[in-house]
Write a protein that binds this ligand. Structure first.
Ligand code: FAD
Ligand code: A2P
Length: 379
């Protein structure tokens, strides 16, 4: 087992240092291994050199097993969550929301991540079922600052768990929420009067707190049923949420009518090593399902693109352009979730690859949309 954990550390180190243009200094090299471990139910991220990682192995091993016991697939319940032929849509409206309860709120990024992202588990008691790729609406308590006397407006959050939830019983939904803060460009200081209403409510919530939810909503990112399909998933930051759900359904859960034998290729763009989201789960899938899962990371503030700029997720797409086009030609689905701002860069990258292959990108895009291979949910 110690060997297995070590190879996981080695693999993530390789993944992070494999940029062809970025030559990390030896000190950087030592710091790119990541070991995460739990301590009394809180996840801490440690960024350790290889020797330190070795010393930390026993703790990492026991904790990872506790948190990520996916050596065998996990049984899911209730079976009738697979019965419907159409996804549930808007079971609860923002004006008459379902009152759910917070189970847990956990910071899932390291201390040096710019910004805070939390994993939030919500108990809906099985009353607000959803499918992988859908979103919930959340209505923060209090008055709408823009419309005095009225409740806060609903905000949408992609659901980061499968329909069975993180407790595999169909009673919870998990969200991956980045706290929205406003930083004054002149002083560089946060302005608490301008902090985002709903994300701060969620990230500050405590177990047992009430949370008003609406939905579920969204059909764009529903996971196609074909268990042999190829999925190319592109995320920036919290855009990872729907893919965490897909990947748990594919590689973690034992779902009788969904035995995944296709290929899933995840491209994740975050700021730095400490901002990586659900990295433990993904590296575990790499280790266990090397023929069915690929995982590429762009660290905008630690790696450089070929042109010397920030390494964004679209630069990774460009790097693997030919392979991606070949998969698309064979019917792969491609998904984009996260920052709206990534889409122009993504389109530029794909256009460049299309032209190299003698294709007109506009025609290829129209074909992908027509064949329902192109799925975009950006915000
Ligand atoms: P708001 O109160 O709406 O404020 C918005 C922004 O304005 C903030 O950055 C805030 O700092 C700034 N601001 C507020 N007041 C002022 C002011 N007076 N002057 C200047 N600036 C100000 N987000 C996630 O974190 N995770 C997800 O999985 C996710 N999924 C989404 C899925 C969909 C389909 C969509 C549409 C959005 C999703 N979002 C997600 C974004 C989310 O819905 C919210 O928009 C986000 O959390 C910000 O909401 P808020 O209430 O915290 O901020
Ligand atoms: P950066 O903020 O360095 O410019 P996170 O939530 O961890 O910050 O992840 C969001 C990631 O998306 C960051 O790496 C951020 O980079 C990156 N990003 C910001 N703008 C774009 C864009 N236009 N295209 C692609 N990635 C972007």
């Amino acid at each position: 087992m110690a060997q297995a954990v070590l190879s996981q550390v080695g693999l993530s180190s390789f993944q992070l240092c494999s940029s062809p243009v970025h030559a990390p200094s030896s000190s950087q090299n030592n710091l790119t291994c990541k070991v995460s471990f739990c301590e009394s139910s809180t996840l801490h991220h440690s960024f350790l050199g290889e020797r330190a990682a070795l010393r930390a192995l026993p703790a990492a091993r026991t904790a990872c097993l506790r948190r990520l016991d996916i050596q065998s697939r996990v049984a899911t319940n209730p079976v009738n969550l697979e019965a419907a032929t159409e996804p549930p849509i808007n079971l609860y409206r923002p004006k008459e929301p379902y009152i759910a309860r917070i189970v847990s709120v956990e910071r899932i990024v390291g201390p040096k991540a710019p910004g805070e992202t939390c994993h939030i588990v919500i108990d809906h008691g099985g009353n607000v079922p959803y499918w992988e790729g859908q979103s919930y609406g959340v209505i923060a308590p209090g008055e709408n600052p823009k419309k005095p006397g009225q409740p806060n407006a609903v905000r949408l959050y992609s659901i980061a768990s499968t329909r069975y939830g993180d407790s595999f019983d169909g009673k919870t939904a998990s969200l991956c929420v980045r706290r929205a803060v406003y930083v004054d460009p002149e002083t560089g200081k946060e302005d608490p009067a301008k902090k985002g209403v709903c994300s701060n409510f969620l990230c500050d919530a405590k177990p047992g707190d009430e949370v008003q939810i609406s939905g579920p909503s969204g059909k764009v990112l529903l996971l196609p049923e074909d268990p042999k399909a190829t999925h190319i998933m592109v995320a920036t930051g919290t855009g990872i949420a729907p893919y965490r759900a897909y990947l748990r359904r594919m590689f973690m859960e034992d779902v009788p009518n969904y035995k995944f034998t296709g290929l899933s290729w995840l491209f994740l763009g975050v700021a730095n090593t400490e901002s990586l989201l659900y990295h433990d789960e993904f590296t575990e899938y790499l280790k266990r399902f090397p023929d069915n899962f690929r995982y590429d990371i762009a660290l905008s503030r630690e790696q450089k693109s070929r042109s010397g700029g920030k390494m964004y997720v679209q630069n990774k797409i460009e790097e693997y352009g030919s392979e991606i086009f070949e998969l698309l030609d064979k019917g792969a689905h491609i998904y984009f979730c996260g920052l709206k701002g990534m889409m122009p860069g993504i389109q530029d990258s794909l256009k460049a690859i299309a032209e190299e292959r003698g294709l007109k990108w506009e025609d290829k895009l129209a074909e992908l949309k027509k064949n329902k291979q192109w799925h975009v949910e950006v915000y």
